[in-house]
Design a protein around this ligand. Structure first.
Ligand code: ZN
Ligand code: ZN
Length: 71
C-alpha cells in the first residue's frame, strides 16, 4: 500500500509504527486514533477527556486501549 503523506504515526504495543487516523468514540464522543492499515488497532484517550464527552465512564477512558487491538 502506498504510504500516505502527512499522517501522524504512533507506535503499537509491539513497537511497530503505524500511520493513524482520527475517529470519534461511538459511546462518548471523544476522539481516538486508529491505524490506517488496521482499523481494529486503536489508541484511546484514557484520562484525556474532551469537553464534549458524554460519558466519563466510557471504556475508552476507564480501560483505554493504547496501541492495542480491540476484541
Ligand atoms: Zn469513549
Ligand atoms: Zn469521552
Amino acid at each position: 500500500m502506498a504510504k500516505l503523506v502527512n499522517l501522524p504515526e504512533r507506535r503499537d504495543v509491539d513497537g511497530t509504527w503505524h500511520q493513524v487516523l482520527r475517529d470519534v468514540c461511538y459511546w462518548c464522543g471523544c476522539h481516538y486514533l486508529y491505524a490506517e492499515d488496521d482499523h481494529d488497532l486503536v489508541w484511546e484517550p484514557g484520562t484525556a477527556q474532551e469537553k464534549a464527552c458524554s460519558d466519563e465512564d466510557c471504556e475508552c477512558h476507564t480501560a483505554p486501549l493504547v496501541g492495542q487491538h480491540r476484541d
